[in-house]
Every structure is written in C-alpha cells, then in structure tokens.
Design a protein around this ligand. Sequence first.
Ligand SMILES: [Zn+2]
Ligand SMILES: [Zn+2]
Length: 189
Amino acid sequence: MRSITTLELQYAHRFYGFQGEAQYLHGHTGILTIEVDDTITPQVNMVFPCNEIKKIAWSVLQNFDHALVMREDDPLLPAIVEVYGKQGIKNGHRLNTMKGEAFKTEWATAYPDCRLVVTKETMTVEGMIKIVHDLLKDKLPIVKLTFSSGANCASQEYEPHNHIERCPLCGIALNADGVCPKCGYRHGD
Ligand SMILES: [Zn+2]
Ligand SMILES: [Zn+2]
C-alpha cells in the first residue's frame, strides 16, 4: 500500500541559456507529491502518517521555499550574492527563521541563511525530481515522485530499496537507536 503526501514550494528561478521566456527570472508555486510504499503497521493501520512524510521532507525541502534557485554557472548568481552582501542579508536576518537544514549533494547546495539553492543543472521539474530523490531516498521508502510547476509536470517511479522500521504504536520511523521519537517505544519492547 502507498501513503501519499503533497507539499508546496514557492521559488524563483530561470533557465539560464534557454531560448525562451524562461531565461528571464520568474517564480512558481511548485507542487511536489511524494508516494511511499511499505506494509501497513497493524495497530496504526497506516503505511506512514502523511504529516510525518511531510515533516521529514519539509526539513530539507524548506530550503526551496521562498528561495532563489540558480544554476552554478549563472552569471546572475555572483551579482545577487553581492547585492545580498551589501544589503547585509547574505548571512541571514533575524526574521529569516523559517529555514531548512543546510545540505550539499551531487546536484545541489542549499544556503538557508540567504535562501539560495545552487544547482548543478537547470532546475526543470525533471531536475527537481532528481534533487528531491537524492535528498530523501534514505529517509523515506519512496516509490514515486511527481513535481509540477506552472504548465510543466514530471514524475518518476522507483523500486523501493529501503525498509524503514516504524513504531507499532505511532507508525512513524524509529530513530537510529531504534526508539520512537514520539512515544519512546523501543525496538524489541
Ligand atoms: Zn520556471
Ligand atoms: Zn511511537
């Protein structure tokens, strides 16, 4: 069975070098749908509580919300960083608090303090799916990701490669020590 959750990301980007209007800086509300697949936890009668999927995903994907997503070779990037620096917001602001955990992967690096994500490739919907899968594949048993943004939409299916042990009482993932972060259930209790 699958549990499915959806979250929204509002971001600005452009397709650097693209021969169309998308080469100009513009914004979107992107909609990401995450599908996880596993057995149903009997007492909870869920695969994964959807708010838990959302929480795990949001902890890193918040980096894309109210953020600028720029390809690493885009000449706008140093210009923007320079302006942020002059304005004193490059290294954060006291009211810039809704930040995700910083990350660096093969495909993208997040700078939460200045709400910037630098990508290796153009952030198309296809490119975003690649970035998201890489960030979440070890945290959730993802079998499908769908990302839509404006008129564009892409999806990719995956073979489930990881079984995540869940609390029999809450249905959420146990931590590395085999303990439920919500109710304290311990593996083997
Ligand atoms: Zn766009
Ligand atoms: Zn629990």
